[in-house]
Structure formats: C-alpha cells, structure tokens
Design a binder for this molecule. Structure first.
Ligand code: AMP
Length: 145
C-alpha cells in the first residue's frame, strides 16, 4: 500500500516555519534539533531534516547522510549533558510503525542502567524543565567546539 503524501501542515513543518515554538538545541541549514515535549526520558531530543519528507522511505538519500551526521553530533552532546550511560535512538515510519508526526525525525534518548523508558506520547513535560534541558544540551554542543 502506498504511503500518504507529505502534509506541509504537520506539526514539525510548523515548527520549521516558526509558526509554533520549540525548545531548540541545534540548527543549521539542513537540520533542526529540539526537545520532545512528551519525553520518554530526561533529555529526549528530536533531530529533523529541514527538507520535507514524511519518513525514511521518501527522503532524499543524500540528505540522510547529513541528517545522521547531525544526529551523531547532537547525540554526543545529549549524552554529555545528561551524563548518560547509553543512548536509545528511534525512528518510526507510518502509524503501523509507531509514527504520529509525519515529518522525518530521529529520537535521541539518554539512558541509564535500570531506568526504563516512559510511555511513547505519555505526559507533557514542564516548559521550564524542557528549557533548562535544552540549555544544558546547547552548552554541551558549545563545549564540542
Ligand atoms: P513519532 O512520530 O511517533 O516518532 O513521535 C513524534 C514525537 O513528537 C513524540 O515523541 C511527541 O512527544 C513529539 N511531539 C509532538 N508534538 C511535539 C511538539 N510540538 N514539539 C516537540 N515534540 C513534539
């Protein structure tokens, strides 16, 4: 079955156009990273390409290399900022694959031994907490040089 076309009114497209706010941690010409508002763990961050694609399958293959390089950069900062022991990355495709926002994105979640992930799309986090977490990751990115 063919996937639906890209919807330019999805919530991440609105974030990219500045129509709704986000807790930004990193941005360049190709990529934006920001805090997930319903974190599955402290420091849960999303990295998205600026180019429109619904998921992995319709993305321009060239752009995926850039995206993953930025995922690595942000993941290093997230791990350092939260003194994590490990990281879990997710990337969901289509509702059957667990996707709820239809603009390609990669989840980065810091992990510690024995601390389970919270439910996907569980509760909204406090804005002030997300702002502080974003600041922590930005500082770690600055520390990367
Ligand atoms: P999924 O499409 O299943 O990979 O998940 C989409 C993710 O986006 C979920 O983890 C949501 O908590 C998150 N999310 C939804 N709306 C926003 C928003 N406005 N800002 C940041 N994260 C969001």
């Amino acid at each position: 079955m063919a996937d639906a076309p890209y919807d330019p009114d999805n919530i991440f497209a609105k974030i990219l156009r500045g129509e709704i706010p986000c807790h930004r941690v990193y941005e360049d010409d190709h990529t934006l990273a920001f805090m997930d508002v319903m974190p599955q763990g402290e420091g849960h961050t999303l990295v998205i390409p600026k180019a429109p694609s619904r998921g992995l399958l319709d993305a321009d293959p060239e752009s995926l290399g850039v995206l993953m390089a930025r995922v690595q950069k942000v993941a290093r900062a997230v791990k350092a900022a939260f003194q994590a022991e490990g990281l879990t990355l997710f990337q969901f495709n289509e509702p059957a694959g667990g996707q709820t926002v239809f603009h390609l994105h990669v989840h980065i979640i810091p992990r510690r031994e024995g601390v389970p992930l919270k439910r996907h799309e569980g509760g909204m986090a406090d804005n002030a907490v997300l702002a502080e977490h974003a600041a922590r990751i930005r500082a770690a990115l600055e520390g990367q040089g």
